[in-house]
Design a protein around this ligand. Structure first.
Ligand SMILES: [Zn+2]
Length: 667
């Protein structure tokens, strides 16, 4: 594709969307052509290979622009082939090959600053990059080593740490994308409407090279670049036909299946290519949850995936995506060796065989399937959220915390870190004093008053929050609380708590707060959460050991409480169902290691990483929305449509969001 190469910017100010990287590089130039070894990383097609030549030329240009860009005209700019050397990677080079190249290239030049550029560094054989360690360490004033990679996690940390400049390239925002496409469209003298450009930008997710290629494709197909033309070319209409065909097939609706095939304007060969690619894409992305690109069009086809998965689950009576794995595998395998270069009759027969296979999928055929989790009745109740619990009528049944309560506590604590970047740092135990009596009901009303008092401290002061659980040990009632309060002065906080306790006929029996434990905040929170849950007793009897063991609840804090009435956790407003739903709306659900049963990752250090990515994603999304509002300010109909389309494109599940942290990722 030619256009993508035509629109490589040759000045910093023309690079769209990479403000941070551009700023860092141009400042190095303006500070006196400072030579740095640069590590550039980020997805493919975003301009990593654009930035390096600009920097290399700027290090040598004799007539820099005000912003530190190369002029592009002086003889030194024209002579870039004498100082910018790019290691081409035809196959995976080994250590010796890189060493030989380096020996020839890594030598100072009296006239020019050299740049040695290794693109797609992940393709080098293991260890091949190590020959660069010494030169990197040296950071020559005359030679810049630049490495670009779209898979930085494949390179070892020691290697990456040697670079004196770390540059992240990012997809373009919607507005930047439209600006880029508009620039190309104008230079190509295309007739276009901006909605079409926005469609391309959205489908190609801000990936510069892909967007320009897509625009070129659309222009070949249609004289005027309209949204409809863009969509048609990008095969979305085909996608809708594909989805209705698969849905009809899975639901066993023969008539709908025939109708879908008839309305699908594609030859059997084309249909098979799409079915195969789509199933494979779903298999990897939705079932295996791996971010592997199968086929860019199929990967972009987000609509319909969840519907197909839901239909398959209903049909087979399974609950999780993981359980669908063997079925998907058999469908994918069916097409694995199929070729499409046969005559139409043979291809139609193949389709019929595939349909036969899908019809015959059943649970029995695919042993072993995970047994369904049997929940006991108490787990099916929704958790009681403060303050509804507080005003609950006198209960009659006695019991223990349910597994679902433990789940709620762990998930909400995890959400607390992921969303607010905050940690619980206080442990409280309060007892009901004699005046409030010793029976369940009087005690729980004293505890309820105490919680209401705590809520006055925490509510409307985010990120303050608490979780409380009433408990009875050897006949003595107590309320255990973990919290983070706005007041960080231990002595004052203690007084505030004591006042609340006194007003609610309780005594503070235990108060632990370490204001200095900032560095251990994460460990502190999770040891508090574990201690809070250590009184979990499974009514069935056999699950207790397992769950507490899985959650790594230390033996020395485990307790065996007496059964009491409604021992439900009480969550402060910030951690209530409503608040969490609100913060997770617009497809910003949080990750749950508990639900994934990834016990090793509960309370892992990924949560703070996720916090950063989550903040960025939320910011990005609001920027994208703002961009759309700006673009379609005067066209309310289109605005609503574009907003809906944008939101449709956001992945349904939190695991599918783009994120930077990769270490300790379990999904
Ligand atoms: Zn120049």
């Amino acid at each position: 594709m030619a256009w993508a190469n035509d629109y490589r910017p040759d000045r910093f100010e023309d690079v769209l969307g990479q403000n941070d990287s551009v700023k860092q590089l141009s400042q190095l130039i303006l500070r006196g052509r400072v030579v740095r070894n640069a590590f550039l990383h980020g997805p493919r097609g975003l301009g990593k290979t654009t930035l390096v030549p600009i920097y290399a030329k700027a290090l040598n240009c004799s007539k820099l622009t005000e912003l530190g860009s190369p002029c592009g005209e002086c003889h030194r700019c024209q002579a870039s082939s004498t100082y910018l050397f790019r290691y081409d990677v035809p196959k995976a080079p080994n250590k010796e090959e890189v060493q030989a190249w380096l020996k020839a290239m890594y030598r100072p030049d009296k006239d020019f600053v050299r740049t040695l550029f290794f693109d797609e560094a992940q393709a080098f054989k293991a260890g091949a990059m190590e020959v660069l360690l010494d030169p990197l360490e040296e950071q020559s004033p005359n030679i810049s080593i630049c490495i670009a990679t779209s898979e930085p996690w494949k390179l070892n940390a020691a290697f990456k740490s040697r670079f004196t400049l770390d540059l992240v390239v990012q997809p373009l925002s919607l507005l930047e994308s439209v600006v880029l496409l508009e620039r190309v469209a104008k230079r190509q003298r295309l007739e276009y409407d901006r909605q079409a450009l926005a469609t391309i930008a959205r489908l190609k997710r801000g990936y510069a090279r892909d967007m320009v290629q897509a625009l070129e494709q659309v222009s070949i197909y249609s004289k005027v670049i309209t949204a409809d033309a863009a969509k048609a070319v990008l095969d979305l209409e085909q996608g809708a036909d594909l989805v209705s065909y698969l849905l009809a097939l899975i639901k066993g609706d023969a008539d709908a299946c025939v109708a879908a095939k008839n309305s699908w304007r594609a030859t059997p060969a084309e249909q098979i290519v799409l079915i195969r690619a789509f199933l494979l894409s779903m298999f990897y992305r939705d079932i295996m949850r791996q971010n592997i690109s199968i086929n860019s069009i199929m990967d972009e086809m987000i609509e319909g995936r969840d519907e197909i998965i839901a239909a398959l689950k209903t049909r087979l009576g399974v609950e999780t995506n993981e359980q669908l794995r063997p079925y998907f595998l058999s469908m994918v395998e069916f097409w694995f060796s199929a070729t499409t270069d046969r005559d139409e009759g043979a291809l139609n027969t193949q389709m019929l065989c595939f349909e036969e296979l899908v019809q015959s999928l059943s649970v029995k055929m695919m042993a072993p399937v995970l047994p369904e989790i049997i929940e006991n009745a108490s787990e099916k109740q929704s958790s009681n959220i403060y303050p509804s619990h507080v005003s609950a009528t006198a209960p009659t049944l006695k019991g223990y915390l349910a597994r679902n309560d433990i789940r709620d506590i762990f998930n909400r604590s995890s959400f607390y870190v992921q969303h607010y970047g905050e940690h619980f740092n206080v442990w409280l135990t309060v007892l009901a004093n004699r005046r409030s009596g010793t029976n369940d009901i009087e005690t729980s009303s004293a505890f309820a008053r105490f919680c209401a008092g705590l809520a006055e401290l925490t509510d409307n002061k985010p990120p303050s929050a608490f979780i409380a659980i009433p408990e009875c040990i050897d006949g003595n009632f107590r309320l255990n609380v973990i919290a983070r309060f706005p007041n960080l002065d231990g002595a004052i906080l203690r007084r505030e708590i004591d006042v609340i306790a006194e007003k609610s006929n309780c005594n503070t029996a235990e108060f632990r707060f370490d204001a200095k434990a900032v560095k251990r905040a994460h460990q502190t929170q999770w040891s508090l959460v574990r201690e809070l849950c250590a009184g979990f007793v499974d009514i069935g009897g056999d699950e207790r050991g397992d769950l507490l063991e899985n959650l790594k609840v230390p033996k020395n804090v485990r307790r065996t409480p007496n059964p009491i009435a409604r021992p439900r956790p009480i969550f402060s407003t910030l951690l209530s169902d409503e608040a969490i739903q609100r913060e997770c709306s617009a497809k910003m659900g949080f990750l749950s290691a508990f639900d994934a049963e990834e016990w090793e990752h509960i309370g892992g250090d990924w949560e703070l990483e996720e916090y950063k990515d989550r903040r960025d994603e939320i910011d990005n999304r609001s920027l994208m929305l703002a961009d759309i509002r700006a673009l379609f300010e005067h066209e309310p109909d289109k605005l609503a449509l574009e907003v809906a389309r944008l939101q449709n494109g956001w992945p349904e599940r939190p695991e599918q969001r783009q994120r930077r942290w990769v270490k300790n990722r379990w999904f």
